[in-house]
Design a protein around this ligand. Structure first.
Ligand code: KIV
Length: 288
């Protein structure tokens, strides 16, 4: 029998089934239900689309782009315009899925430390480029900025522990919160940031036990660890590090997911599966 040209019309006209977008309330629900959150950095449309297809929950347009894309020695030279450009590209990359992953963008060095109105205008540039949340590095001094942004509709991810924008003040990329007093301070800062309205908190290079204490204390602000052990609500890695695409020394806490997978889509899927199943990171390999 001849096939009617209209046979598949209904199916063609039916709205495509779109995967549910990841939202901030959904991330908080994942924390409550014990489902680990997966986050990766992304800087361009192609990698963003691949990470989206692999089921990564959150994409971060990190100012690490200064090192991995621009060849700088630190994130300090990154400008607001650079993050805006990469955020637009990443947002375009996830358009196919209707923007399923939750998209964060880093506010670069110097873009939020002065006048709050100027800082807010800078945050709006990134939100209008496609970000759904901005990330700020810094301890207690950022709490008032977090409050200022959140009260005006800009969700904020805070970032404690090793804050790479302060590398010159910290004297290098080192483990933070090593002493009891420093760990106590970090706990107080985390609580202050949650009270100010921070919706997520990145904990970078702190002892696993400290990250665990912070994670257990914060009931309304999921923690996302990088070099902070296995107890955080989620994990983030720099994309280039986790596929071994770097000439730099790779930090000990990173796993190369290309090993044993052989293709980029498989490596990304393997990262998601490893974090969700709690087989990455493993504290014994964590080396602190
Ligand atoms: O800039 C970045 O990539 C980051 C992550 C390492 C958390 O801040």
């Amino acid at each position: 029998m001849e096939q009617s040209p209209y046979q598949n019309l209904a199916a063609d006209c039916a709205p495509a089934v779109k995967p549910l977008a990841v939202t901030l309330p959904r991330l908080k629900q994942m924390q409550r239900e014990g489902e680990k959150i997966t986050m990766l950095t992304a800087y361009d449309a192609t990698f963003a689309a691949l990470a989206d297809d692999a089921g990564v929950d959150c994409l971060l347009v990190g100012d690490s782009l200064g090192m991995v894309c621009q060849g700088h020695e630190s994130t300090v030279p990154v400008r607001l315009e650079d993050v805006r450009y990469h955020t637009e590209a990443v947002a375009r990359g996830t358009r196919r899925s209707g923007g399923r992953p939750f998209l964060l963008a880093d506010m670069p060095f110097g873009s939020y430390g002065g006048n709050p109105n100027q800082a807010f205008a800078n945050a709006c540039v990134l939100m209008q480029a496609g970000a759904q949340m901005v990330k700020l590095e810094g301890d207690g001094w950022t709490a008032s900025i977090v409050e200022f942004f959140v009260s005006r509709g800009v969700p904020v991810c805070a970032h404690l522990g090793l804050t790479p924008q302060h590398v010159h003040a910290l004297g290098g990329y080192r483990l933070q919160a090593k002493t009891d007093e420093a760990a106590r301070q970090l706990l107080l800062q985390a609580r202050e940031l949650q009270s100010a309205g921070a919706g997520l908190l990145v904990l970078e290079m702190v002892p696993a036990s400290v990250a665990q204490n912070v994670t257990e204390m914060l009931t309304d602000c999921p923690t996302i660890g990088i070099g902070a052990g296995s107890a955080t609500a989620g994990q983030v890695l720099v994309l280039h590090d986790m596929i071994g695409a770097t000439t730099r020394r790779i930090p000990k806490f990173v796993r190369n997911f290309m090993v044993g997978t052989g293709s980029l889509p498989d490596a990304l899927r393997s990262y998601v599966a490893a974090v969700k199943s709690r087989s990455f990171p493993i504290d014994a390999e964590h080396a602190w």
